[in-house]
Design a protein around this ligand. Structure first.
Ligand code: PLP
Length: 365
């Protein structure tokens, strides 16, 4: 039986009737922007995370730009960001006028560390973007202890738990994406910003609404960036399932860990973290050969960030003068294998058998 890379359909099947009635509720109410569904979702999302404030925005990319602006980031400032992440983590920075400064990661966790961040900091560092990549939980408190505000890019970490709480409630401000394939997905684009800081929350609310409270007086040049009522209603139906879906991802990861030990480099959860793996990403010295062997067996797999961000043409002018060895290793060796809230134990075993039967050289670790 073929195993898909991810499956967003199956977990939602039992919710179809509730999703339909949520959509009808919004159609009947006739309010589509900044109405009661968004307000309710913002309350429920903040409560779920243990954050003081949640503010819905249009997507996870604008969420980062707006959150940086709310922190006061602008021209002349530097923002430290990993290079091994989805492009949007860094793309959001030049829109504020600030300069991205790329830092390295630990290739076993795929996350930044206090050491890699510190190495990239200068007196101009205004904020650090920490990415909870693939659902792992980056060490936010240790990085904030360096004396700089942390923005958590938690787009891939809905449902994960860290030693000090959930991603989204660990740093000064955090951003989420509800793109359909994320751990909590809308039926279109959507995003949110969470924060413990009342002033940051107020600035985010103003920035998402053209820099205004009433579209009469304007205090900032802002954005038109809102989560809409339909998406909020759809997210509200799914939020009560998120912990169960996260648990299924945790269990699939645990089963992979048993089955694949010694065959590939396994993703290592950071100390005390329970990652709701968004993607399950292994490392292998010959990922292309592994991909060919798995594809042959009907097991879907894919590299995601083969060329790190600082090597992409629009960001080359920001590339650091020195190497980023952890980034280079992760970029060269990583391969995502199937993961979803619907991944069954037999499917994990099928994937593991396909990896074993590929008979490729063992990784050095
Ligand atoms: C998906 C994603 C984003 C961007 O979210 P969009 O809603 O697609 O704009 C940002 N950062 C990371 C790490 C992501 O995975």
């Amino acid at each position: 039986m073929p195993v898909p890379l991810f499956d967003t359909e199956t977990p939602r099947l039992p919710l179809r009737a509730d999703l339909r009635s949520a959509v009808h509720r919004v159609l009947d109410a006739g309010r589509f922007v900044l109405g009661p569904e968004v307000q309710a979702f913002e309350r429920e999302w903040a409560a779920y995370l243990g954050a003081a404030h949640a503010i819905g925005v249009a997507n996870g990319t604008e969420a980062i730009t707006i959150a940086l602006r709310a922190l006061g980031v602008g021209p002349g400032d530097e923002v430290v960001v990993p290079s091994f992440t989805f492009w949007a983590s860094a793309e959001a920075i030049p829109h504020t006028g600030a300069t991205p400064v790329f830092c390295d990661i630990d290739p076993e966790t795929f996350c930044v560390t206090p050491e890699t961040v510190k190495a990239a900091m200068t007196p101009r560092t205004k904020a650090v973007i920490v990415v909870h990549l693939f659902g792992n939980v980056a060490p936010v408190a240790e990085i904030e202890a360096l004396g700089v505000p942390v923005l958590e890019d938690a787009a891939q970490a809905a449902g994960s738990i860290g030693p000090a709480g959930r991603p989204g409630a660990l740093g000064t401000v955090a951003t989420f994406s509800f793109y359909p394939s994320k751990n909590l997905g809308a039926f279109g684009d959507g995003g949110a910003i969470t924060t413990r800081d009342d002033d940051v929350a107020q600035r985010v609310r103003t920035l998402r609404f053209h820099g205004s409270a009433d579209k009469k007086d304007y205090s900032m040049v802002g954005y038109n960036s809102r989560l809409d009522e339909l998406q909020a209603a759809i997210l509200r139906v799914q939020l009560p399932e998120l912990d169960r879906w996260a648990q299924a991802r945790v269990e699939a990861g645990d089963r992979y860990e048993q089955a694949l030990d010694g065959l590939v480099g396994l993703p290592r959860a950071t100390p005390g973290a329970r990652p709701a793996w968004h993607l399950y990403v292994v490392r292998h010295p010959d990922p292309d050969a592994l991909q060919a062997a798995l594809t042959e067996r009907g097991v879907a797999c894919a590299p995601y960030y083969r060329r790190p961000i600082h090597e992409q043409p629009p960001m080359r002018s920001y590339a650091p003068a020195h190497d980023l060895p952890g980034t280079a290793e992760a970029a060269r060796t990583h391969l995502a294998i199937p993961m979803s809230a619907a991944l069954r134990a037999e499917q994990v075993d099928e994937v593991a058998a396909a990896v074993r039967d590929a008979g490729l050289v063992r990784p050095h670790q």
